[in-house]
Design a protein around this ligand. Structure first.
Ligand code: SAM
Ligand code: SF4
Length: 463
């Protein structure tokens, strides 16, 4: 019997972890239709660009990548082959028909809410290929459907081999109703939707059965999670954490990204009660100035954020914090920026992501007139990053002398070394055999290097 060689799928993923998760689900959805993943774009039969629209030049980047893909498509056609091209993700959601119009070689354009319809779209796009080029149109799907995309997508599965598949992402919530005035997410990902509890627990259980030790729950606003349980009751993220803690084999839980307003008592209590929940929290504040927070529509003040941090640290004294900051939001004065530096000093972050404000078309921020000069943004960003980089290295240094449980995930860069992650998501390197991989081991931290810790094995605490 003749075997048909599988077609090759190459997915290029931009942006956040939610896109990483979605790309894996798209690959899983296409596997039964004969597509096997490849890491080599040149040998692909189908290339999907899973795009991100969060900051500026996103669309330009996609169009220039499409230019390169057009060349690859031409080369393949010249030798009797072909290449199908799909644009997915938030740029596809935002630009939809514009991509189909400006880039006629694209076969499919579809937003994040349409991934479960990918096999149908592909069948339509394959049929379109036989049309006269003048009539051919990309299949465009940027609807926000009524049905639950997760109920129709294959659940996450992991190929667990040594050093891979020990950690996994699991999207539990998508979309956002917060409408921060700078942000496109509510427009590209749509309204907040939470997956039902049973679906999440089932997927987590399957991951644990496949050898995954640590799960990171994902959502644009993950702590707004309110999935229904079997009785139709809304369950928050805190309660979900207790349920996931019961899954045999699952050792660690993280979640990202959280909004300060949704950090409720149950979630704080879960941090108090569950060692399973890692003491590292990404809790963006964006600015330390109340005036700017109001203009950003963040719905909290700097003082409220500080009180929240205090409550979290009372519940979990070793909690390390990470944050996001935007500099140069329209109207940001030197004094506002100083307030941001002050809140950073007051909190003392273990790590932080910082960005120059970029105007996103369609957001309320785009209509504000007092845009800040690029040179000012550059200077403020550099000062802010100096401060958080110093805090990160101070935090690393404060870990020297401590013994931390480290999930050993992989062979190290040097011979005889293995590497893993501390509870605070720091990379840790130590001398040790590959037998340690897959276990959580007590490691004494004996030094730091640029972005990681150096450790020495003490004793195994879990395997
Ligand atoms: N939901 C999260 C929250 O409330 O903080 C953040 C999600 S957003 C995908 C990730 C980060 O990108 C934001 O925290 C913000 O710092 C940054 N960001 C979003 N829109 C931006 C813009 N227009 N300009 C600069 N940075 C932006
Ligand atoms: Fe964007 Fe986060 Fe604000 Fe939602 S809460 S609008 S995702 S920054």
């Amino acid at each position: 019997m003749n075997q048909i060689a599988p077609k090759k799928l190459f997915i290029k993923t931009y942006g956040c972890q939610m896109n990483v998760y979605d790309s894996d689900r798209m690959a899983d959805a296409l596997a039964p239709h004969g597509y096997a993943p490849t890491q080599d774009m040149a040998e692909a039969d189908l290339v999907l660009l899973n795009t991100c629209h969060i900051r500026e030049k996103a669309s330009e980047k996609v169009f220039s990548e499409l230019g390169r893909l057009k060349e690859l498509q031409n080369e393949k056609r010249a030798t009797g082959g072909d290449l199908m091209i799909g644009v997915a993700g938030c740029v596809a959601q935002a630009e939809g028909e514009e991509i189909a119009r400006r880039a006629p070689m694209v076969d499919m354009v579809f937003g994040p809410q349409a991934y479960h319809r990918l096999p149908d779209m592909l069948a339509k796009a394959e049929a379109n290929r036989h049309m006269h080029p003048a009539l051919k149109r990309a299949v465009v799907d940027t609807d926000f459907p009524e049905e639950d995309k997760f109920a129709h997508l294959p659940a996450a599965k992991k190929d667990v081999t040594i050093g891979r598949g020990l950690t996994a992402f699991l999207t539990v919530q998508e979309g956002c109703d917060k409408f921060c005035s700078f942000c496109v997410v509510p427009y590209t990902r749509g309204a907040e939707v939470s997956r039902p509890v049973a679906q999440v627990v089932e997927e987590a259980r399957r991951l644990a059965d496949a050898g995954v030790k640590e799960i990171t729950l994902l959502g644009q606003n993950v702590n707004a999670y309110h999935g229904e349980d079997a009785s139709g009751r809304a369950v928050g993220l805190g309660e979900l954490a207790y349920l996931l803690a019961e899954i045999p084999g699952l050792e660690r839980l993280r979640y990202t990204t959280s909004h300060p307003r949704d950090m409720d008592d149950a979630l704080i209590a879960a941090h108090r009660d569950l060692d399973f929940l890692m003491p590292y929290l990404h809790l963006p504040v964006q600015s330390g100035s109340d005036r700017i927070l109001k203009a950003m529509n963040r719905k909290h003040t700097a003082a409220e954020y500080m009180r929240l941090i205090e409550r979290i640290k009372t519940a979990r004294p070793d909690m390390a914090l990470s944050g996001d900051f935007i500099v140069g939001f329209p109207g940001e004065t030197d004094a506002d920026f100083e307030d941001t530096l002050k809140i950073i000093r007051d909190v003392g972050y273990a790590s932080a992501y910082s960005f120059k404000y970029s105007t996103r078309p369609g957001t309320p921020g785009a209509n504000l007139t007092e845009q800040i000069d690029e040179a000012v943004k550059v200077e403020r960003l550099a000062r802010l990053q100096d401060l958080v980089n110093k805090q990160t290295s101070d935090f690393h240094a404060s870990c020297v002398g401590r013994t931390l449980p480290v999930l050993i995930e992989r062979v190290g860069r040097m011979p005889g070394q293995v590497g893993g992650r501390s509870p605070y998501l720091q990379a840790v390197h130590l001398e040790g055999s590959t037998d340690l991989i897959g276990g959580i081991h007590e490691v004494e931290i004996i030094g730091t290097s640029t972005n990681s810790l150096v450790g020495r094995l003490r004793q195994a605490v879990a395997a």
